[in-house]
Design a protein around this ligand. Structure first.
Ligand code: PEP
Ligand code: MG
Length: 599
């Protein structure tokens, strides 16, 4: 993805000599919408640093060394991103990042921290804080303004070190001016979970890929977002006005009156279109030749319930339960989870709600699970999702109990993430039997029959073994986000390989087709809940592949419905058959786009 930065002075645009310069950035627009508001720049680090005495000095030095290593890697990543900028901006940022790298590789700061850990037995965070204060004091007496300015670099590096030491995962976005636009180097899914769309206008960050969980959450919450703007966080000041376009991927700092008017016109046009689509709320999703399609919503946070209802969703096709574990230090109790699931089941007025067991790991991390998750060289291939639940049985049993109890209040289905083998399903069934017996002894109410148990098809292994998996579960839910990532070995959250992450690759399409047909042959329902389901570009193809149940972020539902209303299933099937004969994703894309343009 090409990123570039151009600067123009506001006086050139408006004639106002004192107006600040308008800065334009372009990145990856990942969540649609327009936001105009003041910048809230996230600087993590030297706030509330814990201060204590360590007993094992060697272990503390090792912990500090680990934080230095992680910091160097992050700076390296930013340098790669910076090289994509226009020449002048790239040069400036590369220079700055090189200074940071050198400081991390060995400097007074790093040596000073190590000395303090050894001599004063200080914990590493406090040692960084103390060393920074001393360096800042020495710098403040300098006459040379260039050298005095270098303290900013020391501060930034110190903040990075502390962030990596404390693994600071969450930010309270409370007390912001409504409409604020969050600007950060990186925004995690846990950060996004704390963003209330009534307060946060949108966000922009340096890192992150188009199908990462942060992006998915932004779309679900209807928060406009732009990723891949590395210099923004260094150049914007807190409170600077920002205009952001999450469709085009543009960010303008200090927008002129003319630019604001242009963004507002676009915002109004998008809102008009959304209002038109909202009229479809109660219209059944049916193709022109009367094939009925069921459209449900994906949810990551309970607050999306209102959006799902507003969009006219016929159920929740995927409730990610990770939100219960994020931004906290302790694990959620059975009762807390029961209340959360019950509220959603009741809120959907008899429509089915599919709740997925914990899918933590890879890019979705949670503090509360700290002791259960060790660092992994390859987190996406490591102890994540059902693997963690099966290893730490208490996690699984607590969730199953909460879901079983919530099932007494409406139609609840249980979904298992990252399943590859029937034996994993068997072990979950055993855990479920045990939990059912325990709840029955306590006379807890549960649905009768018990909730259906389905599995995500989101690895190539699961897709190719779908015929045998179909014998062990009640339904399939195809997760194209991970399926694409694992099939093409391209990280869904890494913007550097975003061009390789292609759900139209014939291998991905063949796996979807095979799993859909295997589910049907096995007599179980198959639905799809990956991001493909929420993009009208893919609707004809998914229907042509035999899918009739689609689940997506609420804001996408009306667009997909509109596409279905204009489609002819016979034509969609014919075009899909043609597409499935191709071996080149470029040809596939053209065949699909031509069909979409015609229909
Ligand atoms: C998927 O992988 O497609 C999916 C829906 O699950 P998640 O995005 O939560 O990994
Ligand atoms: Mg997944």
């Amino acid at each position: 993805m090409k990123t570039d930065t151009t600067k123009e002075t506001a006086s050139e645009q408006s004639g106002a000599a004192s107006a600040p310069a308008e800065l334009k950035y372009s990145g990856l627009g990942v969540s649609a919408g327009i936001a105009i508001g003041p910048a809230h720049v996230v600087e993590r680090g030297l706030i509330d640093v814990p201060d204590y005495c360590v007993t094992d000095v060697e272990a503390e030095l090792e912990r500090f060394d680990g934080a230095v290593g992680r910091s160097i890697k992050q700076v390296e990543n930013l340098r790669i991103k910076a090289s994509e900028l226009t020449e002048a901006a790239a040069e400036e940022l590369t220079y700055l990042l090189e200074a940071h790298r050198q400081m991390l590789a060995g400097s007074r700061l790093v040596r000073g921290v190590e000395d303090r850990i050894r001599a004063e037995k200080l914990n590493a965070e406090a040692a960084v804080q103390a060393e920074l204060s001393q360096i800042a004091h020495a710098f403040s007496g300098m006459e040379d303004s260039y050298l005095a300015g270098k303290i900013q670099d020391v501060r930034e590096v110190s903040a990075r070190l502390v962030r990596n030491l404390t693994k600071a995962e969450y930010q309270a976005f409370s007390g912001l001016t409504p409409g604020s636009i969050i600007v950060a180097e990186e925004i995690t899914p846990a950060d996004t979970a704390l963003m209330d769309p009534a307060i946060v206008g949108g966000f922009a960050s340096a890192l992150g890929g188009a199908e990462g969980h942060t992006t998915i959450m932004a779309r679900s919450l209807g928060l406009p977002a732009v990723l891949g703007v590395p210099s923004l966080v260094h150049e914007v000041r807190p409170g600077d006005m920002i205009a952001l376009d999450g469709v085009k991927g543009t960010v303008v700092v200090n927008p002129s009156a003319k630019t604001i008017a242009r963004f507002e016109r676009r915002r109004e046009a998008l809102a008009r279109r959304q209002r038109q689509l909202e009229r479809l709320r109660t219209v059944p999703a049916m193709t022109r030749d009367e094939v009925r399609i069921s459209l449900q919503c994906n949810m990551e946070l309970p607050m999306e319930l209102a959006l799902a209802r507003q969009a006219g969703a016929e159920g929740v096709g995927l409730m990610r339960s990770e939100f219960l574990y994020m931004n906290r230090d302790t694990l959620p109790s059975e009762n807390e989870q029961y209340v959360a699931f019950k509220d959603i089941v009741e809120g959907m007025d008899g429509h089915p709600v599919t709740v997925r067991t914990l899918d933590i790991g890879s890019d979705k991390l949670a503090y509360s699970l700290g002791e259960h998750i060790s660092p992994s060289a390859n987190p996406a291939l490591g102890l994540r999702a059902i693997r963690l639940s099966l290893k730490v049985r208490k996690l699984l049993e607590t969730q199953l109990a909460a879901m079983l109890r919530a099932s007494a209040h409406g139609k609840l289905r249980i979904l298992l993430p990252m399943i590859n083998t029937s034996s994993e399903i068997k072990r979950v069934n055993e855990a479920m039997d045990k939990v059912v017996r325990r709840l029955a002894r306590k006379r807890a109410a549960m649905s009768d029959p018990l909730p259906e148990l389905g599995v995500m098809i989101e690895t190539p292994g699961a897709a190719l073994a779908a015929d045998s998996l179909a014998k062990s579960c009640d339904y399939f839910s195809i997760g194209t986000n991970d399926l694409t990532m694992y099939t093409l070995a391209a990280d869904r959250g890494d913007e550097q390989v975003a061009h390789l992450y292609d759900p139209l690759h014939p291998a991905v399409l063949r796996l979807i087709k095979y799993a859909t047909e295997a589910g049907k042959k096995g007599g179980i329902p198959v639905n799809i809940c990956g991001e493909m389901a929420g993009d009208p570009r893919f609707t004809a193809l998914l229907l042509g592949l035999g899918l009739r149940d689609l689940s997506m972020a609420a804001p996408n539902l009306p667009r997909v419905k509109q596409r279905i209303l204009g489609l002819d299933m016979t034509d969609a099937k014919k075009r899909t058959a043609q597409i499935m004969e191709q071996s080149d994703s470029g040809v596939i894309a053209t065949l699909l786009d031509d069909f979409n343009a015609l229909e």
